[in-house]
Write a protein that binds this ligand. Structure first.
Ligand code: NAD
Length: 479
């Protein structure tokens, strides 16, 4: 392994890209800063179109032999990747905290790294088996799944390493090869991840390029690149739409995991104290910067005040601060762009809503966990995805009205229903227009459950067998 990447993040190292199994630097680089302190964590290479072309060419060259490897070899490779991540868990977790802001412990960066390990191992256990549709005198018909080719992975800044694993592992498992492009806000852990993967994979199977969106927009170039057969993208809905437009000329396959504005519905039979912790984590995990976080909370009028009180009391005990400090539960907002969006949404909500707790920005990029009651559909904080540590609370009376209100949003990623009566909750839950719905919890994502958005929250699914199939072409063999 290149000595440069072994340096600790604090030394402000330049982290190389990996292309065709080799560490690659470029003439220019960009700084990645720690949202908790504003200090430089490290530097990532500023790639040009020529480096992207080289990464695609390396992936294309590796594809022929990787697609031809036997199934057991590719399963073993997924476990070997998991082993490398485990061996470097502390280094990777620290890097995630430094560049993204989430705490090291609790539901933070070590949780993210361990999740990545679990996903690698679960994906190793999946496989592409041929399926016989018909056999015998009427003819033989077989369904075969073949790896697509070169996959472009474009990832966001909120769970940078875990989402990179979500994209890369099923591709590798199927026999595809990959060009990864992380968010310019958080490229460092992914650069290290791909370097570690290259310790156990043949050259060219997984490559990575980095750059700033404002200079060479690599994501846009990837979306139109003739050598890439599929884009798997996690990020905002407008960027997903732009990718879909760019991908049209080459008819790329697409998996788009886009923005959410998940509604939670609290029925009158709940015990407010008992659900406060679940509501808190549903909304505030990773300081609210999670696609499938609870982003609008609708509470029945009978328990409205009690739920507001219980949740406020829970939030009051939560410590937010530098993710490296012991006891930190929530870190800062990850970057200035997102921080400004949160500030603007809270300020607009104050005119009408009642701030129960928080509501004023702290130092730097720190924003306290904030609850704002008495809002309704039509208010920007309810209608738009805040993607930060603030939750609007809306009072309702009638169940039919609240189902309509929850569904009256273009997003359709997740939703939840909270009730002492699971059957009643389920009947309401299945009427919500979203890809995943939870009962008495919110946000749990699992490697064995396909995950994806409906409406403007995306296209296709990730995880499990359904997710694996999205990296394949279906071929029918008739004899
Ligand atoms: P973003 O769309 O700004 O950026 C995501 C990635 O796209 C980055 O790597 C960026 O460099 C790249 N990019 C920018 N312009 C591009 C272009 N024109 N073409 C191709 N790629 C381009 O999103 P973000 O701010 O990093 O992430 C936050 C958003 O992601 C939120 O809306 C959140 O809900 C969503 N998200 C969704 C899921 C999900 O699974 N549905 C998961 C996590 C985050």
């Amino acid at each position: 392994m290149n000595e440069q990447v072994k340096q600790t993040a604090e030394s402000g190292a330049l982290f190389p890209m990996t292309i065709g199994g080799k560490a690659v630097m470029t003439g220019a680089s960009f700084a990645v800063t720690n949202p908790a302190t504003g200090e430089v964590v490290g530097y990532a290479p500023e790639a040009q179109a020529s480096e992207l072309d080289a990464a695609v060419a390396a992936a294309a060259e590796a594809f022929t032999s990787w697609a031809a490897t036997d199934d057991a070899t590719r399963a073993a490779a997924c476990h070997a990747i998991a082993d490398r991540i485990e061996a470097h868990a502390e280094e990777l977790a620290r890097l995630i905290t430094l560049e993204q802001g989430k705490p090291l412990g609790g539901i933070g960066s070590m949780f993210e790294v361990q999740g990545a390990v679990g996903w690698c191992r679960y994906t190793a256990g999946l496989s592409l088996t041929a399926e016989v549709i018909a056999s015998g005198e009427g003819g033989n018909v077989e369904k075969v799944r073949k790896p697509l080719g070169v996959v472009g992975s474009i990832t966001p800044w909120n769970w940078p390493m875990l989402i990179a694993v979500w994209h890369i592992l099923p591709a590798v498992r199927c026999g595809c090869t990959v060009v990864s492009k992380p968010s310019p806000f958080t490229p460092l852990a992914t650069l290290r991840l791909v370097a570690l993967m290259n310790e156990v994979l043949p050259a060219g199977v997984v490559n990575i390029v980095t750059g700033n969106d404002s200079t060479t927009n690599l994501g846009a170039l990837m979306s139109a690149h003739k050598g890439i057969r599929k884009i798997v993208f996690t990020g905002s809905t407008p960027t997903g739409q732009s990718i879909m437009r760019s991908a049209a000329d080459t008819l790329k396959r697409l998996t788009l995991e886009l923005g959410g504005n998940d509604a939670g519905i609290v029925l009158p039979d709940v015990d407010p104290q008992a659900i406060a912790e679940g509501l808190f984590w549903g909304a505030f995990i990773n300081a609210g910067q999670t696609c499938a976080a609870l982003k609008r909370l609708y509470v029945h009028e009978d328990v409205y005040d009690a739920v507001c009180e219980a949740l406020t009391a829970y939030v009051a005990k939560v410590r937010f601060g530098n993710g490296l400090d012991d006891g930190t539960v929530l870190g800062p907002v990850s970057n200035r762009m997102q921080f400004d969006k949160v500030v603007a949404l809270v300020e607009s909500a104050k005119a009408k809503g009642r701030v129960l707790i928080g509501g004023a920005p702290g130092e730097g990029l720190f924003y306290p966990p904030t609850l704002i009651a008495d809002l309704e559909n039509g208010d920007p904080l309810v209608d738009q995805e805040q993607f930060g540590p603030v939750l609007p609370i809306i009072k309702f009376r009638d169940v039919e009205d609240v189902i309509a209100a929850a569904n009256a949003n273009p997003a359709g990623l997740g939703g939840s229903v909270w009730s002492a009566d699971p059957a009643r909750a389920r009947a309401i839950a299945t009427r919500l227009e979203c890809g995943t719905v939870w009962i008495n919890q919110h946000g749990m994502i699992r490697p064995d459950a396909p995950f994806g958005g409906t409406k403007m929250s995306g296209l296709g699914v990730e995880f499990a067998q359904d997710g694996l199939h999205e990296y394949t072409d279906l071929q029918i063999v008739i004899s």
